[in-house]
Design a protein. Structure first.
Ligand SMILES: [Zn+2]
Ligand SMILES: [Zn+2]
Length: 131
């Protein structure tokens, strides 16, 4: 397939690069166009001061103000992954739906190595403290 790393972080919803034993993974998710008007990229809303509200729980279209709940929007996106498999050292790239599942109590985006089928989890870096 030959995925290329994105040139700018601005159009990304998610980005990570990490080492996993003998392997490594770079993964990113690009923003997608507003499903309502198709004129602009959905993004985190901006406050009155023009700053992006990182902690907002929804995404908003800057053109038509269409809002989508964060999780609902992110589930429709596609993750692009360039990896070296920690099991068989195969290097490849793959695109998978950006759906995170809970494995062992941690949310992870899981994909399978195209050569050995090993399941490779990209876990969230920040672990939420359970109350
Ligand atoms: Zn729109
Ligand atoms: Zn493998």
């Amino acid at each position: 397939m030959g995925l290329e790393l994105p040139e700018s972080m601005e159009e990304l919803v998610y980005w990570t690069a990490r080492n996993m034993g003998d392997g490594k993974v770079k993964a990113w998710v690009e923003k997608e166009m507003c499903p309502e008007c198709g004129k602009a990229m959905m993004g985190k809303p901006r406050g009155k001061d023009g700053k992006i509200k990182i902690r907002a729980t929804y995404y908003e279209c800057p053109e038509c103000e269409h809002k989508v709940e964060k999780r609902e929007y992110e589930d429709t996106l596609t993750a692009s992954i360039i990896y070296t498999c920690p099991e068989c050292k195969f290097s490849g790239d793959i695109q998978v739906p950006f759906k995170r599942k809970k494995t062992k109590g941690v949310e992870a985006l899981v994909f399978s190595c195209q050569k050995c089928n090993a399941k490779i989890p990209i876990t969230k870096k920040m672990k939420k403290i359970k109350e």
